[in-house]
Design a protein around this ligand. Structure first.
Ligand code: 4AD
Ligand code: MG
Length: 478
């Protein structure tokens, strides 16, 4: 008999037929005459209730069926007698694939803390919460490819190993095959990377953007979607050392077009989740409300689905950095000295400032544009005022920065001057500068942090809980 996924079986269309399902036991409860087994195969958040007759299967056989035991079950699908499910399966044959010793299995059928599950990340997919999160993660990845494919963008695979520092922030992981104890040295005592694997010093990439620009200035519109690596020592709930980023790059786009695309893109992803992941979202919404029920009312987050709809239905605020500084300085929060970090034109906004703007002042997503050039990367288009660049950060409630992007400087001389001012080695990046030498065009792009998007869509509070095996300072387990 062909195995069916539980998601299919639960639709109820096959009542009266024999079906075969396979999966893992979530819970088993028993009475004298029957055992009820909740079976899950990962295809849906919902379990299939299996009814096993004690006399038929024998107590000895049934006692080996515990949480996480893997089973294949053939049975008759019937309309359920009990409440809570449409259908249930009266088992006629049960195959045990693998037992799971209930004394040793770490994930018991009770509530575990997210911290505990993080330490058991290899097994946490078997919980309802994490299966929901990872189905949504998959759905969002699919929606991203679909979005760009529908618009004629080319998916470009940019390298993970690179010799350049795209963001100029210097927070890179070195890639080397030299003997760390005894590396070849130059006369001045520095390491001789000409003897290294690539004949030069290389790192894991922090962004595919620079290579993306090469693609965009020929293919027109490209996007990358891959892992990026940052050796920043930020142990926060929003930072990973290895995260996934989506970076569209578009020829002939200016800042306005870039903002329009970013807003439309985010909204379409949220819409996809609402249209396709409702059962998982409803489960995660309940989880979040449960988790926050002891918080005071004004500290609780907006109900998850309501929050997603709210972002979908409202225009994002678009605001120059300079005006944002005024808003912050005129706020009561500022006047009462409630910000930890200073608010001064020219300094980078801290997450407390971003969240004040989004959550307290505007109560909507905000796109901040035209930042001081000193706090942004070398490649951003220099504005006519001589002080700011055509940067844009999209700020989301509960998250802060979800997207960072800009229009790019397309003028060769201005770009090289800025690189020299900022100490970016222009002579090592002739390949990048060639885009500005041969048929340069206005162009723009942005980077969406995939896990930050997932934090928003799933309502999870810690970025370690939306990537399968998180890499953070002092942690590369699994
Ligand atoms: O603002 P960032 O550094 O921008 C870039 O890398 C540009 N090259 C993008 C571009 O214009 N093509 O990073 C983009 C986004 C951030 O807004 C954030 O969502 C995410 O990447 N991000 C991180 N996510 C998790 N952990 C980290 N350590 C992150 N650093 C950035
Ligand atoms: Mg940024």
């Amino acid at each position: 008999m062909k195995r069916l996924k539980i998601k299919e079986v639960l639709k109820g269309e096959l009542v009266g037929q024999q079906v075969l399902v396979k999966g893992w036991v979530r819970t088993k409860r028993g009475s004298k005459n029957v055992n009820f087994i909740a079976l899950n195969d990962g295809s849906t958040i919902n379990n299939l209730q299996v009814v096993a007759d004690v006399e038929k299967f024998g107590e000895d056989f049934l006692k080996d069926i515990n949480t996480s035991t893997s089973l294949g079950i053939t049975g008759d699908l019937v309309a359920s007698q009990g409440s809570g499910q449409l259908v249930e399966l009266n088992a006629t044959e049960i195959v045990i694939y693998g037992k799971a010793d209930p004394e040793k299995y770490p994930i018991q059928p009770k509530k575990h803390s997210l911290e505990f599950l993080r330490e058991n990340a290899h097994l946490r997919f078997r919980t309802a919460t994490f299966s929901a999160v990872f189905r949504i993660r998959h759905a969002m990845a699919f929606a991203i490819h679909q979005y760009f494919n529908n618009r004629g963008f080319v998916y470009l695979h940019t390298p993970l190993i690179t010799g350049s520092d795209a963001e100029g922030a210097g927070q890179m992981f070195r890639v080397s095959t030299l003997d760390p104890k005894n590396p070849p040295l130059l006369e001045d005592g520095k390491i001789d990377y000409s003897q290294d694997f690539f004949g030069k010093s290389t790192n894991l990439t922090v962004s595919g953007q620079l290579e993306g620009e090469l693609g965009a200035t020929a293919l027109g519109e490209i996007y990358t979607f891959g892992p990026t690596f940052r050796a920043e020592n930020s142990n926060t709930a929003r930072h990973l050392a290895e995260f996934w980023m989506i970076e569209p790059e578009m020829a002939f786009y200016e800042l306005q077009d870039n903002m329009d695309l970013a807003e439309d893109f985010l909204k379409s992803l949220i819409k996809y989740a609402l249209d396709n992941c409702m059962e998982d979202l409803e489960f995660l919404s309940k989880r979040l409300q449960e988790e926050e029920k002891n918080k005071p009312m004004d500290e609780r987050s907006m109900e998850l689905i309501e929050k997603l709809r709210f972002v979908l239905e409202n225009d994002f605020i678009r605001l120059p950095y300079t005006e944002a500084i005024d808003v912050l300085k005129n706020s009561n929060h500022y006047k009462k000295n409630k910000f930890q970090y200073p608010v001064d034109w020219g300094t980078d906004l801290q997450s407390e400032h971003e969240r004040y703007l989004v959550e307290k002042h505007f109560k909507k997503p905000v796109i901040l544009i035209n930042y001081p050039k000193e706090i942004k990367a070398f490649y951003m288009k220099q504005n006519a005022d001589g002080k700011t660049v055509a940067a844009m950060d999209v700020l989301f409630p509960g998250i802060g920065e979800i997207i960072g992007g800009s229009q790019r400087e397309e003028d060769l001389d201005k770009l090289v001057t800025r690189m020299n001012e900022m100490g970016v080695p222009a002579h090592e990046m002739e390949w990048y500068l060639d885009t500005r030498r041969f048929g340069t065009v206005p162009h723009a792009g942005f980077g969406l942090g995939f896990e930050r998007l997932l934090l928003f869509v799933t309502g999870m509070g810690n970025i370690r809980d939306v990537i399968a095996f998180p890499r953070t300072p002092k942690n590369a387990e699994f």
